[in-house]
Each structure stands twice: as structure tokens, then as C-alpha cells.
Design a protein around this ligand. Structure first.
Ligand SMILES: NC(=O)C1=CN([C@@H]2O[C@H](COP(=O)(O)OP(=O)(O)OC[C@H]3O[C@@H](n4cnc5c(N)ncnc54)[C@H](O)[C@@H]3O)[C@@H](O)[C@H]2O)C=CC1
Ligand SMILES: NCC(=O)COP(=O)(O)O
Length: 337
């Protein structure tokens, strides 16, 4: 029997519990693969009754019992939240439970009990307040993988929707720090991992990688900033010599219209918003965040915790459902690494 996916709870005061309930309710008509929710069953039950899903049966389960249970009830691997949860009001006291749900999902997946990790959104600032030392899941997952195998992993964030795939080369750092963080080595390493995983996990034989510039007009031949010529172009030359198909550095403002998008498989952008604005504009409802470079498959919805709507019942589960389907599809061929 196929293994279930591990779905971590995310911030319990956010929309994660609601999305899990709605994904389970839509499982048949939307083809949602079996998942095991790692989190506090009391939170799921509370949220279900608050939002009019009180008839959803929530049962304690293990990876071994999930697939058989899934058609009848929402299976939960119980992890204590350790504090009362008020939807929309995040509390750093819930951080240990949030982190433990991620850790347990990874452990189960790396030990072959679950097929892949799908994460519900966490609020970075809430976890930072509780002492969490990682910028986000992406880097934390690499650390957890290293704990399991002793090997170092270089994680790469990729967001995708049907019409676009993007990779931010620098991720959660202040914009003012981007130019100093950007090096040819960082670009080359990010591109190699992206190209490998696009081939092994996404079935794109020889992906075309398009690179944005950093400055307006990709620096206009070095007259509006030097990074495009001094850092990005040399990285592309190295990649080209290695046989990768690359384009750029391209002006970021003109590389995302439909005709431009049809000329490449993935856009590697120099900072977070340069990459995420186009993909969330084109496909917020069905966008998926995947972590490349890890020894297991991880996906997540493209959005955050949406605290302002966590008690309203209006959160759309579509992005989480796409994340679950993509994780199942990729992991059915192995990890690709
Ligand atoms: N993978 C993750 O763990 C991610 C976590 N975050 C975290 O989420 C928190 C909030 O971030 P924001 O920038 O406000 O982004 P957000 O995605 O939570 O919300 C942005 C807007 O989209 C709406 N929205 C989000 N998801 C929705 C859904 N499923 N259905 C309907 N409307 C939805 C929200 O109500 C809000 O208006 C931050 O603390 C951030 O760190 C953000 C992105 C990803
Ligand atoms: N903006 C994307 C995001 O915040 C997702 O980060 P991560 O938690 O997947 O590392």
C-alpha cells in the first residue's frame, strides 16, 4: 500500500488547521492523496466546530493506519500544542508544538514511514520570538535532514504555478543585504540544484534557466549598477560551460510576460520579491512552494498563515491541495536524490 503524506500543522492560530479539514472534506472530488496531520487533534476539532465542520471525524492515527483510515476520518498523529489556541492570535508559547510537528514529519519521512513532507504555514516572527534560529522551513528542513544522515544539504526554494516556476537566489534577508549576499558561487550552486531537481523530480530533461538581473534593465551594461556584469554574468558563463541551458541576466520587469515565460522553464531571481511577486500574481490559488536539494520531497502552499481570516471560514484550501498532490506525484518516483 502507498505511504501517506506527512502534513505538519503550521501555526495553530493560522489557517493551517482549517485547510487540513477542507482538504480532507474535498478528498474524493479533488483527488487529495491520503495524509497524516501532525498536530494537536483538539485544535482540529475546535476549528472544525467553529467553522461549521463539526461532523468531520478526527481520529488518532499512525503512518501505518492512515491510508486505511483516510476515507472515513481525518487521521492525526497527536502532538500537544501545550497552550490554548485562539484563531488569529498567534502565541509564541505554541512554538515548541509547531516545531515538533515539523521535526516529526521529517523524521517519519526520512525513516520511510511517510512518503513526503507537506508543511502548513508558520509565522516566522512568532517562531523567532520563541528562539527559532532558522529563516524559515527551507533552511530548518536541511538541518533536520543533516541530523538524520550526517550529510550537509543546500536547500533551494522554488515556487511554481501552472504558468511559471521561480527560484529566489537569496531568500529571507533584508533587501539592503541582498547585494552583499549575492555571489557568483551562490548563483552557480543554486542553479545546479535547480537544474538537477527539475530533471529528476519534475521530468524536464534539459531545463532552460532564465536569470534576472539585480538592477533596473539588468544594469544597462554596467551603467546602472555593476552586479549584473560582475556577479551574475560570470556565474552564467560557468553554468554554460557545464552544459546547462541559461539565459540572462534579463531585465526583471520584462521577463514575466506570457511570451517571455514561454522561452524558459524556470526563472532564477536575485531576491525574494523579484521571484514571488510574479508567481503569486499569476497563480496565488494554485501555487506550490517546493524545497529542492533535500533528500526527501517537501512541498507547501504558496501563502502564509493569514491570521486575519483564521476564524472566518473563508480560507481557500486549493494551494494546500495542490501541494499535497504534487508531493504525492513527485515522491511516487522516489526522492530524485
Ligand atoms: N510556508 C510558510 O510557512 C509561509 C509563511 N508565511 C508567514 O505567514 C505570515 C503572514 O504573511 P503574509 O505576508 O500576510 O501572507 P499571507 O499569505 O498569510 O496573507 C496574504 C493575503 O492573502 C490572504 N490569504 C492567504 N492565504 C489565503 C487562503 N488560503 N485563502 C484565502 N486568502 C488567503 C490573506 O488573508 C491576506 O490577505 C508571516 O508571518 C509569514 O512569515 C508566509 C508565506 C509562506
Ligand atoms: N515567502 C515564502 C516563504 O515564506 C516560505 O518559506 P519557508 O517557510 O518555506 O522557508
Amino acid at each position: 500500500m502507498a505511504l501517506p503524506l506527512a502534513l505538519s500543522q503550521g501555526d495553530p492560530a493560522g489557517i493551517g488547521p482549517e485547510l487540513a479539514i477542507k482538504a480532507w472534506v474535498n478528498r474524493v472530488e479533488s483527488g487529495v492523496p491520503p495524509f497524516l496531520f501532525f498536530g494537536d487533534p483538539r485544535i482540529l476539532k475546535q476549528r472544525a466546530s467553529l467553522l461549521g465542520f463539526g461532523d468531520v471525524p478526527v481520529v488518532n492515527a499512525s503512518p501505518e493506519t492512515t491510508v486505511a483510515t483516510f476515507s472515513e476520518a481525518l487521521p492525526v498523529f497527536a502532538i500537544d500544542a501545550a497552550c490554548p489556541i485562539d484563531p488569529g492570535r498567534p502565541d509564541p508559547m505554541s512554538a515548541p508544538g509547531t516545531i515538533s510537528a515539523i521535526e516529526t514529519s521529517v523524521k517519519m519521512t526520512m525513516r520511510g514511514k511517510t512518503a513526503a513532507v507537506v508543511t502548513n504555514p508558520i509565522a516566522k516572527s512568532v517562531l523567532y520570538e520563541a528562539g527559532f534560529k532558522f529563516p524559515g522551513h527551507t533552511e530548518f528542513l536541511a538541518e533536520l535532514a543533516m541530523k538524520e544522515t550526517g550529510e550537509r544539504y543546500r536547500p533551494v526554494m522554488m515556487l511554481s504555478c501552472p504558468s511559471l516556476k521561480v527560484v529566489p537566489v537569496t531568500i529571507h534577508i533584508p533587501l539592503a543585504d541582498v547585494p552583499a549576499a549575492l555571489t557568483s558561487d551562490l548563483i552557480v550552486e543554486t542553479a545546479r540544484i535547480t537544474a538537477q531537481d527539475l530533471t529528476t523530480r519534475f521530468g524536464i530533461k534539459q531545463p532552460v534557466l532564465a536569470f534576472s538581473g539585480l538592477n533596473p534593465h539588468a544594469g544597462e551594461s554596467g551603467t546602472i549598477g555593476r552586479e549584473d556584469e560582475d556577479i551574475i554574468r560570470p556565474a552564467l558563463q560557468i553554468l554554460e560551460r557545464e552544459g546547462l541551458k541559461v539565459k540572462g541576466p534579463l531585465p526583471a520587469d520584462t521577463m514575466f510576460h506570457a511570451a517571455a515565460r514561454s522561452s524558459y522553464d524556470v526563472a532564477l531571481c536575485m531576491y525574494h520579491d523579484q521571484a514571488l511577486i510574479p508567481v503569486k500574481t499569476l497563480g496565488f490559488e494554485d501555487g506550490v512552494n517546493s524545497t529542492l536539494g533535500l533528500p526527501f520531497v517537501r512541498t507547501s502552499p504558496d501563502h502564509g498563515t493569514a491570521f486575519a481570516i483564521a476564524d472566518k471560514g473563508v480560507a481557500a484550501p486549493s494551494s494546500l491541495m495542490e501541494a499535497l498532490k504534487l508531493a504525492a506525484q513527485i515522491s511516487s518516483h522516489g526522492t530524485g536524490r
